[in-house]
Write a protein that binds this ligand. Structure first.
Ligand code: FEO
Length: 164
């Protein structure tokens, strides 16, 4: 049912989702070292979500009687030049993931693969949400600049993710 092209691109996407998990987790460790526990907790939760995204594709391939090929996950790379640099990096990364998801949709459309098109819709909606959430954090970081009290309050707010 799933073509080799779709199989390959979905397996690549599993790798990208797991890489995203690695990236968020390494950021989380760094933020924790800095004492920004709320930001660290937010990125750690995001890492968990990314692994779930990868597993969702993993399960889809198995359900479709297709093959799963797990490839090496590269070492996450990011430069820390302040908290804004981390969230700008995340935003660029998520835009890249969105393009990758859109490419899957495009390929599935070319092949009239309705099942994969239907499956990938969830990821398209998820990407809109993720980009929006990160953009909102960046906007506020830009607005507060170097105000340490505002940063502290934001850290407290982000710590509440997943606890409400
Ligand atoms: Fe699974 Fe953040 O994309």
């Amino acid at each position: 049912m799933i073509s080799n092209t779709i199989n390959e691109i979905l397996n690549e996407q599993i790798n990208k989702e797991f890489y995203s998990g690695y990236l968020y987790l390494s950021m989380s460790a760094h933020l924790k070292e800095l004492g920004l526990n709320g930001f660290a907790s937010w990125t750690r939760l995001q890492a968990k979500e990314e692994v779930e995204h990868g597993l969702k594709i993993f399960d889809y391939l198995i359900d479709c009687n297709s093959f799963v090929t797990l490839k090496q996950i590269r070492t996450p790379e990011f430069e820390f030049n302040g908290i804004s640099s981390i969230f700008n990096h995340i935003y660029e990364h998520e835009k890249c993931i969105t393009r990758s998801i859109m490419e899957i949709a495009k390929k599935a459309e070319e092949e009239c693969d309705r099942t994969t098109l239907n499956f990938i819709d969830w990821f398209i909606a998820e990407q809109i949400e993720e980009e929006e959430a990160v953009k909102n954090i960046i906007k506020r970081l830009d607005m507060f600049g170097d105000d340490k009290v505002a940063l502290y309050l934001m850290d407290q707010e982000l710590a509440r993710r997943g606890k409400e």
